[in-house]
Design a binder for this molecule. Structure first.
Ligand code: AMP
Length: 448
């Protein structure tokens, strides 16, 4: 058994992770690291800077922005009181916190638009199932302070670029809609209320509530009877004002220009109150919305809703666990950066001393090196080198110390060579190949 093929978890252990959350073990961290690198690289290229807001906020931040009638606020938040009785909530999504931070830190005084990205965990009391957890990671970004369909197009281009880098772009289909300005939405809500009047009995219990609180959510209910009615319901586009229509047509023109395919979906509304105009999601081509990998949209009224000046905004967030599941489904392997290069085996106190210095030199040269515990016979140590999948072992015993040499063993081929102590690092670098060395050393980049 190894770290890359973990055993089945013990079910009878006294302590287990709470339902719906899981440990991220080293093999999966290779994926998290890779995704983080891709996101960071592409966001940076597009002028975004990273932000991390606290893991919890005053509950009101989420209630006000996401909306009381949303699934998130009504049933999915982890809300608790602190010792002074203040109501706090673990972040169920990231946009609300970023917008709160924009206002609180006077980012309105920064050059606009303010471009921010994040990679962080979110918490939702969702029903755990495949691809749905109670703690999950999201990467995402927000564009605040400017409204232009070209920004919406650029956001979609950025996501597409990231999906390409991750090798999953062909699996997803961009679903696109506009839910218009607040004014055209108000008009449409009335149209929907009129349509559903007298049909309440055919709706599911949730939708009966939605009809009074947020009728647009009736359109994306997954219950069969509700879906049949939603199909018959008047379309949003007939209620759109000129501003919303022009904005949407311009966005589509830009997407056509850069060759990004989309499917217009006038039932796509996204569950949160704060969206306006553009909404979009990336749906699994086979499973549809169920396995969506991410979504976003424009939220021009949100900054004002949280107490700031009227400020346009838009953003996207994608689920990291779902990206990983799709990468695995496609058998996409990420660079195994954690794999060892060298295992050092030694016998005797003198050898142990010599080894420590050698190990330090090897690591400095970028060789990922482990060993020098000196427990057990040489063959036991070499078996350990095999278990840790080190391609090379350095062997140092009493004779070698006396002769001022070390043995380098090719673990796969089982052949070995004697090398002078001061040439060991050089020879190993040659064997591993300079391009494979781990020489990233952030400490060297500090300015003073
Ligand atoms: P949303 O804003 O709710 O559409 O979430 C954006 C993305 O986050 C989704 O498309 C999923 O990829 C991911 N996501 C949302 N909720 C969960 C969850 N409970 N578990 C895992 N991933 C999730």
């Amino acid at each position: 058994m190894s770290a890359d093929q973990p055993a089945k978890p013990q079910k009878h252990e006294a302590f287990q992770t709470p339902r719906g959350v899981h440990d991220i073990l080293p093999a999966d961290h290779e994926y998290y690291t890779f995704i983080k690198k891709v996101v960071r690289h592409r966001c940076r290229q597009a002028g975004f800077r990273r932000i991390t807001t606290p893991m919890f906020e005053m509950t009101e931040v989420f209630k006000r922005s996401i909306g009381d009638a949303s699934d998130i606020v009504s049933k999915e938040m982890y809300t608790f009181s602190d010792r002074k009785g203040r109501s706090l909530t673990l972040k169920p999504e990231s946009t609300a916190g970023v917008v709160r931070a924009y206002i609180q830190n006077r980012m309105d005084l920064w050059p606009q638009p303010v471009l921010l990205y994040y990679i962080e965990p979110n918490f939702r009391y969702d029903r755990p199932q495949k691809g749905r957890y109670r703690q999950f990671w999201q990467f995402g970004f927000e564009i605040l302070g400017e409204s232009d369909p070209a920004l919406d197009a650029q956001a979609i281009m950025l996501v597409t670029r990231i999906h390409k880098d991750l090798g999953i772009d062909a699996l997803f289909e961009l679903q696109l809609n506009t839910i218009g300005t607040a004014e055209s939405r108000a008009k449409y809500v009335q149209v929907l209320r009129d349509f559903y009047a007298g049909k309440e009995r055919s709706l599911c219990e949730d939708c009966k509530v939605r009809l009074t609180q947020n009728p647009m959510r009736l359109l994306d209910c997954k219950q069969e009877d509700c879906m049949i009615l939603a199909k018959l319901a008047p379309a949003m586009k007939d209620s759109l004002d000129k501003e919303s229509l022009d904005f949407h047509n311009e966005l589509k023109g830009y997407l056509d220009e850069v060759g990004i395919e989309y499917k217009e979906n006038d039932k796509l509304i996204r569950g949160l109150d704060y969206y306006a105009k553009t909404v979009f999601e990336f749906w699994d081509k086979n499973e549809g919305a169920q396995n969506a990998v991410g979504g976003g949209g424009r939220y021009d009224g949100l900054v004002e809703l949280l107490g700031g000046q009227p400020t346009p905004g838009m953003g996207y967030s994608g689920g990291v666990e779902r990206v990983i599941a799709n990468m695995k489904r496609e058998k996409i392997r990420v660079p195994a950066k954690d794999d060892l290069h060298v295992f050092v085996a030694q016998l005797g106190n003198e050898a142990k001393k010599k080894c420590l210095k050698l190990i330090e030199e090897m690591r400095e040269a970028g060789l990922k090196t482990m060993g020098a515990l000196g427990k057990g016979a040489m063959n036991v140590q070499l078996r350990l080198a095999d278990k840790f999948k080190a391609p090379y072992a350095v062997i140092l015993g009493l004779t070698e110390v006396r002769e001022g040499v070390a043995i380098i063993r090719d673990m796969k081929r089982g052949v070995q060579e004697k090398v002078k102590m001061d040439k060991v690092v050089e020879r190993l670098v040659e064997l591993i190949g300079e391009e494979n060395l781990d020489i990233y050393s952030p400490g060297e980049l500090l300015y003073s």
